[in-house]
Design a protein around this ligand. Structure first.
Ligand code: MG
Ligand code: ZN
Length: 335
């Protein structure tokens, strides 16, 4: 689970504005990771997603390709090859940099139409996010929604029903588009992330002989940081924490699921300044961009102890591979 732009202050603000309580407090092991990209001290979400998903540092903007532009294998691809079911639930477009890093290989994060083609080819079992226009409003005239149906998916979207009204058949691949472009804010009534995260774990676990790999993103914590809007950060943080709670509820019941929560980087140089109270954050920001701060990693479940300590973001790939016993399928990359 990735909180985009979720540094320690974002977590702290969400916690105090939620009555001094977050589901994140349930986690048993905590670590810190170094988010820098291959050459830049300050990463973007694409390079960070590539690092976490594939174990390779690359240039800012790269979607799971290395510095030479060659594709690098992702943890989601390894999980699928090992027979695991796969899923993605996000509050950005489903083709945005963070989710794309797990299934696509493109030289530039802005190539969302090409990334959509990669998603159709990837065969992800369950996905929920915005960006429908990259599937049915394309410059090449292809209708990828039709292609998803032809590949056996059940597809629905925001114009037909709310996410919770859709009947999910766990024996079938599932896609739900939450918006034509980017989904709205949690403060604007968007409430599908916790529900969809809970539905994803339940659906993917059903009939999964070899388990599942799911990536859930609280995508808009970052957008609150870019806007230097503390209220936006807090509402997105609390919404993401509800999704964490839904996944933890499943993991506690299941007993065999490792849950990892981290960020790709911090955004805004966000601080909680004097004048803040238990009801109000008096926020400071140093920038409208990302910052270079270490970001936390929380782990719960079998293999959680692998995530204690301080390490590069690329190490997360090797740690997940080890926890899932996927390491032997990979040579030279895991660390
Ligand atoms: Mg993101
Ligand atoms: Zn950002």
């Amino acid at each position: 689970m990735i909180g985009d732009g979720m540094g320690l202050t974002q977590i702290t603000a969400g916690m105090y504005m939620n009555g001094n309580r977050l589901n994140l407090e349930e986690f048993t092991h905590v670590g810190l990771q170094k988010p820098h990209s291959a050459r830049e001290l300050i990463t973007d979400s694409a390079a960070a997603a590539t690092a976490i998903a594939s174990g390779r540092k690359t240039y800012n903007g790269a979607i799971s390709v290395d510095e030479k532009g060659e594709p690098v294998t992702t943890i989601m691809e390894l999980a699928k090859a090992a027979g695991m079911r796969t899923g993605l639930v996000v509050t950005s477009t489903i083709t945005h940099a963070t989710p794309a890093g797990f299934y696509a290989h493109q030289p530039d994060r802005n190539m969302e139409e090409a990334i959509a083609i990669d998603l159709v080819a990837a065969g992800v079992d369950f996905f929920v996010g915005g960006g429908k226009k990259y599937f049915d409003g394309r410059t090449d005239g292809r209708n990828l929604i039709d292609e998803l149906w032809k590949k056996g998916y059940f597809v629905s979207d925001f114009s037909q029903s709310k996410f919770e009204e859709v009947k999910i058949d766990p024996s079938r691949k599932f896609a739900f588009f939450s918006a034509a472009e980017k989904p709205s804010k949690a403060a604007g009534g968007r409430d599908y992330l916790p529900r969809a995260a809970g539905a994803a774990v339940e659906t993917l676990a059903t009939g999964a002989a070899h388990g599942f790999f799911l990536m859930v993103e609280g995508s808009q914590i970052d957008w609150g940081g870019h806007d230097n809007d503390s209220d936006y950060i807090v509402s997105e943080m609390i919404d993401f924490d509800k999704a964490i709670g839904a996944v933890l509820d499943f993991a506690k019941k299941d007993g065999q699921t490792l849950v990892i929560v981290t960020a790709d980087h911090e955004t805004g140089g966000y601080a909680i300044n004097p004048g803040s109270t238990w009801d109000t954050i008096r926020a400071g920001f140093t920038t409208k961009e990302h910052t270079a701060s270490l970001v936390p990693v929380f782990a719960w479940g079998p293999g959680a102890k692998l995530f204690a300590g301080m390490y590069e973001n690329t190490a997360i790939f090797g740690k997940i591979s080890r926890a899932l016993n996927l390491g032997k399928m990979q040579s030279g990359v895991s660390k």
